[in-house]
Design a protein around this ligand. Sequence first.
Ligand code: BG6
Length: 483
Amino acid sequence: MSFTADRLLLFGATGDLAQRMLLPSLCALHADNLIAPELRIIGTARSDFDDDGYRNFAREALTRFLPDFRKGAIESFLPRLSYQVLDATQAGSFITLSDEIGTIDKGMAIFLSTAPSLFEPTIAGLTQAGLTGERVRIGLEKPLGTCLESSREINDAVASAFPEDRIFRIDHYLGKETVQNLLALRFANIMFEPLWNAAHIDHVQITIAETVGLESRAGYYDGAGALRDMVQNHLLQLLCIMAMEPPASGDPDAVRDEKLKVLRSLRPIRGADVTSKTVRGQYKSGAANGAPVPGYLEETDIPGTSTTETFVAIKAEIDSWRWAGVPFYLRTGKRLQERLTELVVTFDEVPHSVFEAPPPSEAANQLVIQLQPEESITLTILAKSPGEAMRLKPVNLNLDLGETFKVKVLDAYERLLMDIVKGNLTLFMRRDELDAAWRWIDPIREGWAEFEERPKLYTAGSWGPAASSALLGRDGFAWHEEQ
Ligand code: BG6
């Protein structure tokens, strides 16, 4: 049912995500008049605040995390907020909450950003208190489980109260403007599609590199590791958008059907394959942004014996007509040299060179789509270098999206929160996608355990362990920054 919610109920309203992302995004939407004036935001958590206490808490978070040009909007935003103390394990709490919310006339959006162990009691409490009716939809923040089985338990619990078309599973990468631009690039322009296949593409690299370390999330991160934290969701979603067939329309299910097909066509990596197709890494002490930083095992609250990976590189293969034989190299890590999210598509060389000069050693015939830190699309082609001889040199056709549009783009959470309030499912993961992603990820973890594949150490501030370069080197390739 289509409706725009006039209530937004935030579970985990005092958490890290609420402070850094949710409250600032909501305040930004408010400042830009992108949410209706009547939208009321009700925060819930265990901390003992009244409405004013929570507004003060929110004010502090907004002062810290909103960019300066937005800070003028804080005071007019705060009156939208109210707060209800809630212990999700106590059914009685939800009855009080329901009284506070009152009748839901227009509609309510719930956003669950709590510890996963609280998902099931929260759903049970909401159900008992009558807060799951057909004018209520729910947004779920990761982690949605730690493997297929635990993810199914969470999804079953949610499905007992909400139909799939009212469940919004967040992958904030899908809310990024450039990810949507990738869809536009592929499906609004004819020139790439004829080349977008195994006959013309040599290989693809997808990198999400971070310079940050644990950012006070040691407890969660040590239990998760880079494979579950980044590959299972963000990297696989980027891979899907890059590799999917053109959907029949922009309808949410048309898009999600095509992403699902990609996930289901991923060749399983299991058993001994993990040693040849994946690399696990863990950072040791080094530098980040010019300052010395400790190694992972020296971080506060990380056990000195931890074997959690902070880096992963994977050679993924898609068993389909379009992609047979094209490797997709995926890579992510913390404490790497640069913050960089990019997709690099390397096209084949021309079948026959008509020029006498040998082709340049630098990479050409490449499309580089950078998502972070800048949003740009660069096509590297060969051109004649000025001079008498016919010498070829790679040159860049460069589109800087920020410069081109010169308007502030919505942050991922601004876009996604707005979509939950308005009910647009396109940028959210469907349950079968999540299942398929876990089905591919679980055997990798099992293989690591079976073959005692311990993380290889890399220096903080580098591009990861040497084995990561060797993974591509064995196939005759190199990571983009090494070319
Ligand atoms: C989150 C991960 O999903 O994505 C974090 O849990 C990671 O570990 C973050 O730092 C990266 O997001 P972004 O938008 O900063 O690239």
